[in-house]
Design a protein around this ligand. Structure first.
Ligand SMILES: [Zn+2]
Length: 332
């Protein structure tokens, strides 16, 4: 079968923004569109905005839609990649069992594939970023929540109905803080940016001595992970302690990943990862002292390489991989 020089379109549908990008088969972005998600207006309006974003992306390089080899949609919530249905989304109100893959496919008459956004980023990093060339790779993003994806034997771990890889919901403390998923003590209730800010607010309410409020214009509700990072950089002891605690919990989760999956590389991205050494030194200490020695010696921790584009590149990469999978058949 003759192979064209592929152009694939990736869509990174988020709760606040829609990113569309045309990429080539080397993962390079040829055109990119960024727009706001009208999340509050419901599924129809959001899908309309996605379609508009795709058109504006293609218009930038005057590429006719028929030239695309495939479209990949990364969506923020549990979905079944086989049926193309997004079950629900914590970031998109009103979405329930939406057949988003088929809607997009019917709009453009191009093969379309659906993937969870965090899994998309994992595929993107695996094909074109920090995990390139590895067979056993894990991507972890630490931001408001914790997400990621697991690549085993070169393939994304999807599970029975496509919802595998919810790394942020592994239980770290069975009596821990309640999680929006209904469980308690999930990794993201202890080691995400939201958790860091929540712990800071709790400690201020308990009367701890800290300059944290000065970094948030005196308003406790304004405290974010970034506020804690700034206060720590300015020498605030409570802020330093809280980042160390977040690093500790980060390390406990990473230890589980090392022991369960024996990965070659774990790439860590997301806004909270930008805190750097102050967070990672305690995290890696935990991994070093608690993980199986042999598995620990086999893994490398690296920063994610694709930044904010990991989702959109990954959605396209996922579509490319799917097309290649199904087009590799030969009667020769
Ligand atoms: Zn949870």
């Amino acid at each position: 079968m003759e192979r064209r020089n592929s152009t694939i379109l990736g869509i990174d549908l988020g709760g606040t923004k829609i990113l569309s990008a045309v990429i080539d088969q080397e993962g390079r972005i040829i055109a990119r569109d960024h727009s706001v998600t009208p999340a509050q207006l419901g599924p129809e309006a959001v899908i309309g905005a996605v379609i508009e974003s795709v058109h504006s992306c293609l218009d930038q390089i005057s590429l006719p839609v028929e030239s695309l080899e495939a479209i990949g949609v990364g969506a923020p919530g549990p979905s079944n990649p086989e049926t193309g249905i997004l079950f629900t989304s914590p970031n998109l109100p009103g979405w329930l069992n939406v057949p988003i893959r088929d809607i997009i496919r019917d709009a453009f008459k191009i093969d379309t594939f659906l993937i969870n956004d965090a899994n998309a980023a994992a595929v993107g990093e695996h094909m074109y970023g920090a995990g390139k060339g590895t067979n056993h790779f894990i991507y972890v993003t630490v931001s408001t929540g914790i997400g990621g994806g697991v690549i085993i034997d070169g393939r994304l771990l999807t599970g029975a109905i496509g919802t595998a890889g919810e790394l942020g919901h592994m239980v770290i403390d069975h009596n821990g803080p309640p999680c929006h998923c209904g469980n308690r003590g999930c990794w993201e209730t202890l080691a995400s940016g939201t958790a860091l800010a929540r712990f800071a607010r709790e400690r201020i309410r308990d009367g701890s001595r800290t300059s944290l409020l000065d970094h948030a214009a005196g308003n406790i509700q304004e405290i974010t992970a970034k506020t804690v990072q700034e206060a720590a950089a300015a020498g605030d002891n409570l802020a330093k302690e809280l980042i160390e605690q977040t690093g500790y919990f980060l390390g406990v989760g990473l230890t589980n990943l090392v022991n369960i999956f024996n990965p070659e590389v774990i790439a860590i991205g997301g806004g909270v990862a930008l805190i750097g050494d102050m967070l990672f030194a305690p995290a890696f200490d935990v991994v070093k002292t608690r993980a199986f020695r042999s598995s620990c010696e086999a893994v490398r921790f690296v920063p994610a390489a694709l930044g904010r584009n990991s989702g959109v590149i990954g959605s396209a990469a996922h579509a490319l991989r799917k097309i290649r999978d199904t087009s590799s058949f030969s009667c020769k």
